[in-house]
Design a protein around this ligand. Structure first.
Ligand code: GAL
Length: 350
């Protein structure tokens, strides 16, 4: 594995953004920006051996700065929604920016996706670090973080998140990569097959905020325990699907520790992406709000042109005691791992 950095562009206020290419011995590679620790490209072989970019992104810093959607970004301090941007911790009330209807989304107005991180290249990994100051976007305590990327010779991309704080705070990190295993910019991803090891999902209200209810997937369009095309049930007459304008839900993952949680695949290219994580949930998001826009290399993106598998703690966990806690105590070490492993299958292979 080798890592090479070069200038990607400049922010509106003149700061340099660097792109780091992590190449493995097969010539497959991942491009990552220090702006938001953003996964800008993931180029892996299809069943013919041709490198295929399976990650949506942009060619310029300006597009990353100006567009919504969090393409490829590292998200924090708290991924997804916190109801009304309010919470109480140790008896003290905190108020965060409300940037998504009545709620707080993905860390606020300037989340970690909009920060230029310090980069350090070690022999087999790329490590970004950043300290978020006490009061950043309204969150308490100084938070010292590192985000590590590895891309090994078996075409497995590993994301490692570490954090420690000098006071009690909340932490829920994710990555917001939009995958299209047919190749980025080739249109809809609803033909992809998806399998998720989840017997249940968290119910949402009309603002995509969990109600606190955990529902069984049995007999619903949310049953991905056996692989099925994402588009098969996406238009079903189902209140939860309508609330998300498609899939935009947290699935309650079986098991604990680093385990396989989902498999996404394309019949067209044969590319299979196996997701493993230490996290308790995954937000399956079918790019329902990805409005028409330009993408990399002159491509165009629109609604449903990618699928995000955002491994995470459950959204709005601060307001639901039945959800795993997102509180990080002073001095405690936060550590989460997610892997996206790329392999290929032959035509019609199950
Ligand atoms: C997802 C979220 C969606 C939408 C998207 C960003 O994680 O669940 O509702 O906000 O991020 O466009």
């Amino acid at each position: 594995m080798s890592v090479q950095g070069k200038e990607f562009g400049r922010t509106a206020d003149g700061r340099t953004v660097t792109v780091y290419r992590i190449t493995n011995k097969n010539g497959a590679y991942v491009d990552v920006l220090d702006y938001g620790c953003t996964l800008q490209s993931i180029c892996v072989p299809n069943r013919d051996g041709t490198l295929t970019d399976v990650c949506l992104g942009y060619d310029t810093v300006t597009e990353y700065e100006e567009n919504d959607g969090y393409l490829g970004a590292f998200v924090g301090r708290h991924a997804n929604r916190i109801g009304k941007g309010e919470f109480v911790l140790n008896g003290q009330a905190y108020s965060l920016a409300v940037n998504n209807g009545p709620n707080h989304l993905h860390g606020g107005l300037k989340g970690f996706d909009k920060v230029i991180w310090s980069a350090c290249v070690a022999s087999d990994r790329l490590i970004f670090s950043h300290t978020s100051p006490d009061g950043d976007e309204g969150y308490p305590a100084n938070l010292m973080m590192s985000v590590t990327y590895c891309f090994d010779d078996s075409n497995t991309l590993t994301l490692i998140y570490d954090a420690v704080s000098d006071g009690d705070t909340v932490v829920n990190f994710t990555n917001h990569c939009y995958f299209n295993l047919n190749g980025q910019g080739t249109g809809t991803a609803t033909d992809h097959l998806l399998q998720v090891n989840a017997d249940a999902f968290t119910e949402n209200d009309g603002d995509c905020l969990p109600t606190g209810k955990i529902l069984s997937v049995e007999g619903t369009p949310f049953d991905f325990r056996t692989s099925k095309p994402i588009g098969r049930d996406i238009g079903a007459d189902d209140e939860n699907l309508k609330n998300g304008s498609g899939y935009d839900h947290n699935f309650v993952l079986q098991g604990e520790g680093l385990r396989e949680v989902a498999v996404l695949s394309s019949e067209k290219t044969g590319i299979v992406m196996t997701t493993r994580t230490t996290q308790p949930g995954v937000q399956v998001y079918t790019a329902n709000f990805l409005t028409y826009r330009g993408g990399k290399n002159g491509t165009r993106y629109s609604v449903r042109d990618g699928v995000c598998l955002e491994t995470q703690h459950f959204p709005d966990a601060l307001h639901h005691e039945n959800f795993p806690s997102v509180v990080l105590k002073q001095g405690e070490e936060y550590h989460q791992i997610t892997q996206y492993a790329f392999t290929v299958k032959e035509e019609n292979e199950v």
